[in-house]
Design a protein around this ligand. Structure first.
Ligand SMILES: Cc1cc2nc3c(=O)[nH]c(=O)nc-3n(C[C@H](O)[C@H](O)[C@H](O)COP(=O)(O)OP(=O)(O)OC[C@H]3O[C@@H](n4cnc5c(N)ncnc54)[C@H](O)[C@@H]3O)c2cc1C
Length: 380
């Protein structure tokens, strides 16, 4: 395994750092916390203008190291990249399964950072077990279009997105994985409503409702009733590359606070910080392993699940340890007088919990590893 970065990748990293330093200021981060919308338009648009979102798009013919480098640099910096990650994933899906018309009409907006897409997959009764979703897409015989009815849960970015990538059941008689259809639909389509859902991590997500939403075949992604194939491609893009680098900024902020407060004089604290630095490095290596398997055509296997479980649980353990170490000051929020690391420790504790859920829970990823890596029996 060769870990060195080429000159081209080093240049990409330099560009990323330059853009983040210029666009992800303390005021911008404050605004994401105030609004709960983990999106910094100036940052994502600058990535679009520099052609970086196009480079970070996953899929055949793309450089997976570019994709990893962009999300990894953003996470290490603490820059909000969720909108960029969703846009590049869907651009990658459209590159493989979309029509020429969709690639002309939708992809440029996504890769410029000026149009956002949200994921309408999870439902109140179907998160881990996606085949249980109940949102229905029914053929409208009169105009050859579709009528969609249902409710989605956790549609993050739904309140600012231009598009929703939606999974619906189009043929209930087609067995567990048959009869799904995926759509990409303008959020402005009549019949779509968005209600806020506030998470403990301060992030705003949404419940979205689809009442007699009428769309034409131009909104289909892939073939009708073949949506499970589309989902396989999309979920493979999502797993393992994102949400694995949060330990690094946590450790950086904790180290600064521990130095300023004198907590670092305690040898047990220093010892534990060294352990966290090791765990951050392991998380990065596991993520690189996922990239490597994709780059060499071996993946995606279970590497993404391994990286996600390890990294998000290490982040959660670290945040809780940091809070216990900071004591009462670790419970104070951003800008409250005396808040440890100016409120970041409290934030990391709250933010690290949803991280082990979104994009596939730890339990589901463990099941995936058990079944696919060790051939253990399915328990459901
Ligand atoms: C902050 C946040 C943002 C999100 N953003 C989006 C988004 O933008 N778009 C979107 O579509 N979804 C989004 N999600 C949804 C996310 O993907 C789901 O929460 C996740 O897949 C789990 O589904 P669920 O919440 O329905 O939990 P459930 O599936 O109801 O699971 C509940 C618990 O049971 C466990 N469990 C379930 N089945 C099994 C099993 N077979 N074996 C062992 N344990 C099991 C789970 O691990 C979990 O602990 C988001 C979630 C969060 C928290």
């Amino acid at each position: 395994m060769d870990f060195s970065l080429s000159d081209e990748h080093l240049e990409l990293r330099r560009q990323m750092r330059e853009i983040m330093t210029a666009t992800v200021t303390a005021e911008v981060i404050d605004e994401t916390h105030r609004s709960g919308t983990n999106h910094a338009p100036g940052f994502i648009e600058a990535l679009g203008d520099a052609g970086i979102l196009a480079r970070a798009m996953p899929g055949p013919g793309q450089d997976p190291v570019d994709m990893w480098l962009v999300s990894s640099e953003a996470e290490k910096f603490g820059a909000p990249f969720d909108a960029g990650g969703m846009a590049t994933s869907i651009a990658g899906v459209l590159a493989q399964l979309g029509t020429d018309e969709q690639r002309r009409r939708i992809t440029p907006g996504l890769l410029s950072g000026r149009e956002l897409v949200c994921f309408g997959l999870t439902e109140p009764d179907g998160g881990s077990d996606l085949p249980r979703i109940k949102t229905r897409a029914v053929r409208n015989e009169t105009d050859d279009g579709w009528i969609i009815n249902g409710a989605k849960m956790w549609t993050t970015m739904g309140h600012v997105a231009d598009w929703v990538f939606l999974l619906a059941r189009s043929d209930a008689s087609a067995g567990r994985y048959g009869g799904f259809t995926t759509f990409i639909i303008p959020m402005s389509t009549p019949g779509i409503t968005v209600d806020p859902v506030w998470t403990m991590g301060t992030e705003r997500s949404n419940a979205t409702f689809y009442d007699d939403v009428r769309v034409g075949d131009e909104c289909l992604v892939g073939e009708a009733h073949e949506g499970w194939r589309t989902m396989g491609i999309m979920l493979a893009f999502e797993r393992g590359l994102g949400n694995t680098g949060a330990l690094t900024p946590l450790l950086r902020r904790f180290a600064q606070w521990a130095t300023e407060s004198g907590t670092i004089d305690d040898p047990l604290v220093r010892d534990h910080m060294a352990q966290l630095a090791i765990e951050a490095q392991v998380a990065e290596l596991l993520t690189q392993r996922t990239v490597w398997t994709i780059a060499t055509g071996e993946g995606p296997g279970t590497e993404g699940s391994v990286a996600k479980v390890y990294a998000t649980e290490a982040y959660q353990r670290a945040a809780r340890w940091a809070q216990a170490t900071a004591g009462a000051d670790g419970l104070l929020r951003f800008h409250e007088a005396g808040a440890a690391a100016d409120g970041w420790i409290d934030y990391d504790v709250r933010h690290s919990t949803p991280q082990t859920l979104q994009g596939g829970t730890s339990e589901i990823n463990r099941n995936n590893i058990a079944e696919r890596q060790f051939g253990l029996p399915r328990m459901r």
